[in-house]
Design a protein around this ligand. Structure first.
Ligand code: SAM
Length: 286
């Protein structure tokens, strides 16, 4: 038995409670936390306890499970535990590959003038707005109808995405000309995305681990799910990617983040070498 010396702090929660909280978060969101994430998760939960003026983590666990008003607390907890790092033109080589090597192929199909793209785990919107810019820049898309469905589980980042106002951090890899072309200054160090980019983007809350919701979505030509599945364990990755497979049109593409792959997740997609990048393709297109 551990004996706490003078001044030593009692642990915030027992090992057992920590595991049960992680399991609860996992069941709701697919997010995988383990012993190495303990400091991070405990800090976030400490913040929630303070906000709710709640005395113990055990009480919080019961609240998350059983309280009739728990859904708003789930929103707050998800805001606290998700990692929302993103910026404009992130992994630009892949985005250019989409613009140069994938988009023209889509437009060249019979009935190709209507294109559906999903930015799954879009965070505060830099990814879908970057896609909208690339599409607008591509001459060939002039008379095409392109829909971008941009979703995230975190309601706070989605509100930011809808507002479309960004600070320097979001422009860390882009130059002044990029900013001036697509944004208007809306205050010191604040830039608002131009309305022409918002058209065609629908922001919506979608939890990728609500597996039954996918069947409500019309199929997509391209799914971007970048830097999201790294937060899932293998089993959740496999379930989510399986749903992506169902929701991608034959011949459609799945683009993951550069540190992510489908090795040991699924072999349903074909890994294709395009001139500037590697992408996953659902076979069977024209
Ligand atoms: C690191 S950001 C990636 C943003 C963007 N795709 C990029 O690559 O720059 C990961 C995003 O995935 C979201 N996310 C995590 N779990 C999710 C889930 N179960 N359903 C939907 N989004 C989720 C987080 O809220 C976060 O905004």
């Amino acid at each position: 038995m551990a004996i706490l010396g003078t001044g030593a702090q009692a642990p915030m929660m027992s090992d057992d409670l920590y595991r049960r909280l992680c399991a609860l978060i996992h069941d709701q969101t697919g997010l995988h936390f383990n012993e190495t994430s303990r400091f991070f998760v405990e800090k976030r939960i400490e913040g929630r306890l303070a906000a709710l003026q709640m005395a113990s983590a055990d009480e919080y666990y019961q609240y998350l499970r059983f309280d009739p008003d728990r859904s708003s607390e789930w929103d707050a907890l998800i805001i606290a535990v998700t990692t929302n790092e993103t910026y404009f033109m992130r992994e630009e080589r892949q985005l250019r590959c989409f613009q140069r090597d994938i988009l023209p192929g889509l437009l060249g199909r019979p009935n190709g003038r209507h294109i559906r793209i999903w930015s799954a785990g879009c965070s505060s919107g830099e990814e879908p707005y970057s896609l909208a810019m690339l599409i607008k820049e591509a001459q060939s898309t002039r008379d095409a109808a392109v829909e971008i469905y941009a979703t995230d589980i975190n309601t706070r980042v989605l509100a930011k995405a809808r507002e479309g106002v960004y600070t320097e951090n979001s422009f860390r890899t882009t130059d002044q000309a990029f900013k001036e072309k697509w944004f208007t200054e809306s205050g010191p160090g604040r830039w608002r995305v131009k309305d022409e980019l918002r058209q065609g983007i629908t922001f919506s809350r979608f939890n990728l681990f609500e597996l039954e919701r996918y069947s409500l979505l019309a199929p997509f030509d391209v799914i971007f799910c970048r830097n999201v599945i790294i937060y899932f364990d293998l089993e959740v990755k496999a379930k989510v990617v399986e749903r992506f497979y169902d929701r991608i049109k034959p011949g459609g593409h799945l683009l993951l983040g550069h540190s992510e792959s489908l090795i040991s997740v699924t072999d349903k997609f074909k890994l294709v070498h395009l001139p500037t990048d590697l992408v996953y393709v659902k076979e069977g297109g024209a």
